[in-house]
Design a protein around this ligand. Structure first.
Ligand code: ADP
Ligand code: MG
Length: 438
């Protein structure tokens, strides 16, 4: 490969880091340039999960960076680099696994709050179907449940290349079930889920009461369990506390191992900040890691947000990360969590931004132009205030807590997969936290 192509690619990667600090990772430096010609840039990825992650989350910013560096419009193509080993050892067509490359066991910091959950996930990935079945992880938001589920899938895939794993959110499971019914293809759906070696479902609290999908899940569960296949589930509460779950499912969930994840201790938070900094190729001093861990304790996602804010200031100003820089970068965020934000503050910002009325948000209207701002209100209220799901639902037209939960998880997923949504939420949060108090 000509030297200048390598250099151009290195410049593009540097630019991506500035354009997209939230997604930039140290391992980007290990991506290979396959070709750069005729307005097309081929980027080689070590595996399918990485390629999928980059396509879903980073394509726009790679395109922008390539255009800024080369001065031309460049189409980006993320491909698995075939010179590397292939995960598909058997001739079987394996279901696509959408995994986040960061969410591995190596990148998971173990502490007293998550030791049991971590150990049981490791055990299951070494011998699926034979140790704890089902394995049920629970804990509140942002404590690492999804991370551990991804790690189990990565590890199982690595050890048993031909294992058929289905990993999906509960909402995807339900949607695919509904689609199968509409298309009259229930048999296809059943063969997809009842023949796997491992079924991993995230956020199972969204299985709704008295709906056919819960019935279908029950039969899927039985078929897999009876064949010694592994089932792994996560939820925000233990099985007995999930409000809309049928008794027969609750009892089955308790057949295996139920483990809880607690909020991390201070020491674990410091170690997580260090680990996340390392993933981004940043070296930060112990003093700064301790500063962040002291300032942010609610959940680990917020710790990451703090690190992203610091990283963004450092890359855009070209300055080294010092304690002063960290303090300046976090000032806004910390002030925000220290001061009292009301749901009204949030509603004011959202209605202004989307040019809708509060009455619309509270109404039964279900058009996209109303539903989206309503769901964003719920999400922001959940992340920026201490109000319960019921209280948030109450402010927005007396909606029940499951509706609010659904909205939060939907927006959260969009935030992860869509950089524009992420930017919008950041902007709205900033407006809320800087608005004069109501
Ligand atoms: P949950 O599914 O419980 O809401 P996630 O798994 O999405 O939480 O975790 C939120 C963020 O925190 C992710 O970026 C994840 O990598 C990170 N995280 C959580 N626990 C740990 C840990 N013990 N070590 C490293 N990162 C963690
Ligand atoms: Mg999760």
């Amino acid at each position: 490969m000509a030297q200048d192509v390598e250099t151009i690619f290195a410049d593009i990667l540097e630019r991506v880091k500035v354009l997209d600090p939230a997604n930039a990772r140290k391992w980007f430096d290990e991506l290979a340039v396959l070709h750069l010609n005729g307005g097309s840039l081929g980027i080689g990825c070590p595996d399918e999960a990485t390629a999928l992650f980059l396509r879903d989350n980073c394509k726009n910013n790679f395109t922008r960076a390539a255009q800024q560096i080369t001065g031309h419009l460049v189409t980006i193509d993320f491909k698995v680099d075939t010179s590397d080993k292939s995960i598909r050892r058997s001739g079987k067509q394996l279901p696509e696994l959408k995994l986040h490359p960061d969410y591995t066991f190596d990148n998971f910091v173990v502490g007293p709050s998550n030791r049991l959950a971590h150990a049981s996930c490791v055990a299951v990935s070494q011998s699926p179907g034979n140790t704890y079945n089902p394995l049920f992880l629970y804990g509140s938001v942002g404590l690492g449940k999804t991370h551990l589920l991804h790690a189990v899938c990565f590890e199982t895939r690595k050890r048993f290349g031909s294992a058929v794993i289905q990993f999906l959110s509960c909402e995807d499971f339900v949607n695919r079930f509904i689609r199968a019914i509409e298309e009259g293809n229930l048999a296809g759906f059943q063969s997809q889920f009842r023949t796997v070696d491992a079924l991993v479902i995230d956020d199972i609290q969204f299985l709704r009461e008295r709906e056919h999908s819960q019935e279908e899940f029950f039969h899927t569960f039985n078929a897999l369990y009876n064949n010694g296949k592994q089932i792994i589930l996560s939820a925000d509460s233990p099985p007995g506390k999930l409000p809309s779950l049928e008794e027969r499912l609750i009892s089955r969930f308790n057949w295996g191992l139920v483990t809880r994840i607690d909020p991390p201790s201070y020491e674990t938070r410091v170690a997580i900040v260090q680990k996340k900094a390392h993933l981004r190729g940043l070296s930060i001093s112990d003093e700064i890691a301790e500063y962040i861990a002291r300032k942010v304790h609610a959940n680990i996602r917020e710790l990451e947000g703090a690190l992203t804010a610091i990283y963004a200031v450092a890359t855009t100003t070209g300055k080294d990360i010092t304690l002063e820089l960290a303090q300046t970068a976090l000032e806004g965020q910390i002030e925000a969590s220290a001061r009292h934000i009301s749901i009204t503050d949030i509603i004011n910002v959202v209605t202004r931004h989307f040019d809708v009325r509060l009455a619309d948000l509270q109404s039964k209207k279900r058009s996209q132009s109303i539903t989206e701002p309503r769901q964003i209100c719920m999400y922001l209220a959940r992340s920026l205030t201490r109000h319960s799901l019921e209280e948030i639902g109450g402010h927005l037209g007396g909606r029940d807590h499951t509706t609010v939960m659904h909205a939060c998880s939907k927006i959260d997923r969009e935030r992860c997969s869509d950089p524009q949504m992420n930017a919008l939420l950041e902007e709205l949060s900033k407006q809320v936290t800087h608005a004069p108090q109501s």
